[in-house]
Structure formats: structure tokens, C-alpha cells
Design a protein around this ligand. Structure first.
Ligand code: PA5
Length: 445
């Protein structure tokens, strides 16, 4: 279970000033459960761990099994909330190095940017391999995944002819959007994203669960993590005993005292995509109306040799939250050498895990001494179940924190601005006039 440790932050939180933030966070938690807060049409994620249907889990596992049996590679196409959750769990839990094979396919991602080199190299990589596609888009109209799917559908058709459709699983809206129309017309197997669950809260829907099952993750364990922590978070009304309420209150307190940037740090770079997922969750949920904490991430000790300088000595606008799993999966023991040429014999007999832990503690002490409050999120290990707990903890905290801040944590109006300009510059039907104006601005007349 998750524990919020504040030993390296408490000196930054004067008790008289903090109580109102705790009270506000608990009131925000109540608003969340009243289902009357802003964006309440997107609260499907709140009880989802309790409502998830066994028949849906079974169908996901069956469909995943079908693709696993016939594919060496499965391409998961999606952007934002439609890929970050599954990628985060896969990067954290799968072996770093493994060869693709039929029966245990490699999962690769596409449709999350527009770099042509990446897509053409991926298409080349797939040429001599059996592959399938899981295309994911709630709206069914997002440009990046739609372009990627167009390319991979053509490749599938070329390779498998009429059997291509059986190699596509589409995850989208139940009734609307271009992807739904595409899927119906070609007869793809489809999974539905509930209307009341937004993209960044959708990892517990087929959006996240299907790619995990395809990669061989025991999705029931992942779901169990969500279910376990839900019970704790929903029932604890003491804000100091509820880690999500406490975390949300601390974030908003730090923001009010001029700390505009939260760094989610880890000492296990396999958690890097957990941070990417978290950045989308908090960035899209809180960054609006000129408000919000800027969510940043760092992988330590790597980034201690680059951004560490700024954290230690730069502008004091930061606080840190450190992902701290207790157990590590495999450890190495350092042995002594007779000549001690690398001068490392002082470490002989220690495990690398122990060395990393001292690096973690040393960093927290140094950063706190340098004026950066450091929170630790302590959880048991990097397993699907613990990650399920962690992800629900963050979803729940984000909703409380957003309500405390006074924003709607479930919309993302700002995401549209770049899309509108891009469509105008690409002369999409209906955007011609805007395109003309933008081109003039770019040319400076
Ligand atoms: O959180 C969100 O809603 C967004 O980031 C979406 O996940 C992202 O834009 C992808 O949208 P879609 O699934 O409609 O293609």
C-alpha cells in the first residue's frame, strides 16, 4: 500500500499555515464523491475498479491471446491518454531486453507523434515479421493515430490481404467517430471506452488493459491494485491519514508558497513512463485558467548529472515527489577485486540496490538542504498490482488537487489550439480562411 513520507518536506510546512489546505483538500474530496463538482460527466473512473465486469476482462484476455498467438509484434497506436498508461506499465514491468517471438510478442507504440523516420523504420522492421495492430482513439478522429493507422492498415492489407482485418483490434467510442465507422465497415473486433471516462483516466478500460494483456501482463493483478487502494482512499476522511488528500493539500500548499514546478523523480528509470503518464494526468487536469503546477520529471541518478545542478542551486520554484518502491526485482552484489584498480573495493559486499538506496537518501537530504521540499511515495514494488495502486492514487489525488485549485480536472480545452492551427495550415475543409490568416502571420505581414 502507498505511504506518503514527509520527513524531507515537513520543515517547509509551518503547521499554522497548512491546516486550511488540509481542510480544503478534504472538502474537495467530498465534492468529488458528491458527484456534483465540475466535469462530473467524466467521473466514470471513480468507481470503475468496483464496476469492472468479469465478462469484459475475459473478452480482453481472449482477444489478446488471439493476437499473441499470431504475432511477433503488436503495434499499439494511440496518443495521450490512449497510450501513456499501458506504455507506463509495460516499460516498468517487462524485461528490458527480450527478443520478439510468436506467442509472446513485442509491443511497440505508434501514432504518438508525427516523425516520419520513426514510422518508416517501424514499417521496415515489421516487413519480415508477423504483426497485428491495436488502434486506440476515444474520439476516433485524432490526427496522429489516424495517420499511423492509415499507414499500418495499408501494410497489413499488403501482407495479409483479406485476413488483415482479423489482425486489428480497435478501441474507441461505442457509436461515434471515424475509427468506429472504419471498424464497423471492415469488421474489426472492437472494445469500447465508456463515455464517462476521459482519456487520461482510462488506463483501467480496454485502452490500457488490452495492450497489457497482449504483452502477457496479468491484468487481474493490475485491476486488484486499483481495487485495494480504492477501499482505503474512499473511506479515510482524516486528511492526514488519507495519502491522496494529504498529497493534494501539500501540492497546493507548495504552489501557494511559490513552488510552481513539481518534479516527479525516480531512482528506477523503468518508472520513466509512469512519470510521462503522470505528467499528462496532472498537466491536462490542472493547467488551465492560468493556474496549476507544472509537472516535470527526472530519472535519477542519470539526471543528477544534468538537471541536478538546477534542483540543488537554481531558482527555488521546485518541490520533488520521489517514487520509492521498497523491493527491487533483481539485485547484484559487488565483489572485491585483488588490485582494486577502480578504487571501488569500499563497496565490496554491498548490493547495487543498497548503493542506489544510499544515493536516494543522500539526494533527498541534499535537495532538502538546498531548499527543495521532497516528498516520498513509498510503495512495495514495481509489479502490476503496485502500479495499479499507484495509478489510482494519482488519479484520485489529481481530482482532489484540481478541485482544491478550483478548476475542472476533467476537461482539456487548451489541447484544441494547436490542432486548429495545424488543420488551418494543412488546408483542411472548413479551415481555409483561418489558414490564410495564419500564413500571413507566419510570413510577418
Ligand atoms: O486525456 C485526454 O483526453 C487526451 O490527452 C486524449 O487522451 C488524447 O488527446 C487522445 O485522444 P483520443 O483518444 O480521442 O484519440
Amino acid at each position: 500500500m502507498i505511504r506518503l513520507e514527509t520527513r524531507f518536506a515537513s520543515s517547509f510546512v509551518p503547521s499554522g499555515e497548512f491546516e486550511p489546505f488540509l481542510a480544503k483538500a478534504e472538502s474537495a474530496r467530498k465534492t468529488l464523491h458528491s458527484l456534483q463538482g465540475k466535469g462530473n460527466e467524466y467521473l466514470g473512473w471513480l468507481d470503475l475498479p468496483k464496476r469492472i465486469q468479469e465478462s469484459e476482462i475475459e473478452r480482453i484476455i481472449q482477444a489478446a491471446q488471439r493476437l499473441r498467438a499470431s504475432s511477433e509484434v503488436v503495434v499499439v497506436i494511440g496518443i495521450g491518454g490512449s497510450y501513456l498508461g499501458s506504455r507506463a506499465v509495460l516499460e516498468a514491468t517487462l524485461p528490458f531486453f527480450q527478443k520478439p517471438s510468436k506467442g509472446n510478442p513485442e509491443v511497440v507504440f505508434a501514432g504518438h507523434h508525427l516523425e516520419s523516420r520513426y514510422l518508416s523504420e517501424l514499417m521496415e522492421y515489421l516487413e519480415d515479421k508477423d504483426f497485428s495492430v491495436n488502434v486506440i482513439s476515444k474520439s476516433g478522429t485524432t490526427t496522429e493515430p489516424a495517420i499511423a493507422f492509415r499507414l499500418f492498415w495499408e501494410l497489413l492489407r499488403k501482407k495479409y490481404g483479406n485476413a488483415a482485418a482479423s489482425r486489428v483490434v480497435a478501441t474507441t467510442d461505442s457509436s461515434k467517430g471515424a475509427l468506429k465507422t472504419f471498424a464497423d465497415s471492415e469488421g474489426f473486433e472492437t472494445f469500447t471506452i465508456p463515455d464517462d471516462v476521459g482519456g487520461r483516466y482510462s488506463v483501467l478500460t480496454p485502452v490500457g488493459l488490452f495492450p497489457l494483456a497482449v504483452a502477457g501482463i496479468q491484468i487481474r493483478n493490475f485491476i486488484l491494485g486499483f481495487q485495494n487502494i480504492l477501499e482505503v482512499l474512499h473511506s479515510e476522511s482524516d486528511p492526514l491519514r488519507n495519502p491522496a488528500t494529504h498529497y493534494s493539500a501539500l501540492r497546493n500548499y507548495f504552489l501557494s508558497s511559490g513552488r510552481h514546478v513539481e518534479v516527479l523523480a525516480n531512482f528506477n528509470p523503468s518508472l520513466r513512463y509512469i512519470s510521462e503518464w503522470w505528467k499528462q494526468l496532472f498537466g491536462e487536469s490542472e493547467g488551465k485558467e492560468n493556474k496549476g503546477i507544472f509537472p516535470a520529471s527526472m530519472d535519477f541518478t542519470t539526471d543528477l548529472h544534468s538537471l541536478g545542478q538546477y534542483v540543488q542551486d537554481g531558482k527555488r520554484i521546485l518541490f520533488e515527489t520521489v517514487l520509492s518502491p521498497v523491493e527491487i526485482r533483481s539485485d547484484l552484489t559487488l565483489k572485491p577485486t585483488p588490485d582494486n584498480l577502480d578504487s571501488l573495493n569500499f563497496l565490496a559486499g554491498n548490493t547495487l540496490g543498497h548503493v542506489n538506496e544510499q544515493a536516494r537518501l543522500g539526494t533527498l537530504l541534499a535537495h532538502a538542504d538546498g531548499g527543495v521540499p521532497c516528498l516520498e511515495l513509498i510503495f512495495s514494488d514495481i509489479s502490476p498490482m503496485s502500479l495499479g495502486e499507484l495509478m489510482y492514487f494519482f488519479e484520485y489525488s489529481c481530482a482532489i488537487s484540481g478541485y482544491s485549485l478550483g478548476v475542472n480536472p476533467f476537461d482539456q480545452p487548451g489541447v484544441e489550439a494547436y490542432k486548429k492551427n495545424m488543420f488551418a495550415l494543412l488546408n483542411k475543409n472548413g479551415f481555409e480562411k483561418e489558414g490564410e490568416l495564419l500564413r500571413k502571420r507566419i510570413l510577418g505581414n
